[in-house]
Design a protein around this ligand. Structure first.
Ligand SMILES: [Zn+2]
Length: 228
């Protein structure tokens, strides 16, 4: 059995969908792209995440042909393959029917950036036009609306996130759900004030230096030497 590491990620992050309250039962789906082989691994259709085994993960080409696996692939496989085919930066896709994202997807409008956490992957969260689930039309519409962002809402459906890794795509999915929750909470008590583009640009710059990246550690060490 090939791609053991990637299969394990599909199984482990599928459980995270449940643990992060992004799905119950079998809703949503997730995939990983293998660029060197031009294949993707995707969660099986209708198998509960906590019951999914490594061999249940479906290996497909980007045209929808099943290369390995006994299970049917997720019905949204084309929405996943659309990003791998046309956006070289995308290596993983997560889709979920989480409560707040699904609720916000019924507004059919951008969800404004009410918190600086929106500077990272989405800014205001765009929403597609309604297209029926599992269709080529939904895949095309999702790709068009995503643009350079990494997360959107699918109208009357749920959220879609992508990233250069499964870790990043899942983090964005969790962030979208939280931002949608924040929007509904804030709207329930009045009219919230979103952050503007300039404020979000400042946050994005600050994010670049956040955390324990090599660059920021190097800078901290330079600062210490300068003040010694
Ligand atoms: Zn769905």
């Amino acid at each position: 059995m090939d791609y053991t590491n990637e299969r394990q990620q599909i199984v482990d992050y599928g459980k995270q969908l449940v643990d992060n309250h992004l799905t119950t039962g079998t809703g949503g789906n997730l995939s990983i792209y293998i660029p060197e082989d031009n294949k993707m691994l995707i969660s099986p259709s209708g198998v509960p995440y906590y019951d999914t085994k490594l061999e249940d993960v479906v290996v497909m080409d980007l045209d929808g042909n099943i290369l390995e696996g006994e299970c049917k692939p997720s019905s949204e496989w084309e929405m996943h393959s659309m990003f791998y085919r046309h956006d070289a930066g995308v290596k993983a896709v997560v889709h979920a029917h989480s409560d707040y994202a699904a609720a916000c997807s019924t507004y059919h409008k951008d969800i404004p950036a009410l918190h600086y956490a929106a500077a990272d992957a989405t800014r205001s969260i765009k929403t597609t036009e309604y297209k029926i689930y599992g269709s080529h039309e939904l895949a095309e519409e999702a790709f068009k609306v995503m643009g350079k962002n990494h997360g959107i809402l699918l109208a009357n459906h749920g959220l879609l996130a992508n990233g250069s890794s499964m870790k990043q795509a899942m983090a964005t999915a969790v962030n979208i759900e939280w931002l949608c929750k924040l929007y509904i909470l804030a709207k329930s008590a009045g009219e919230p004030n979103p952050l503007n583009d300039s404020q979000l640009d400042d946050v994005a710059k600050k994010f670049e230096n956040y955390g324990q990246s090599k660059e920021s550690l190097d800078q901290i060490q330079k600062d210490i030497k300068a003040h010694a």
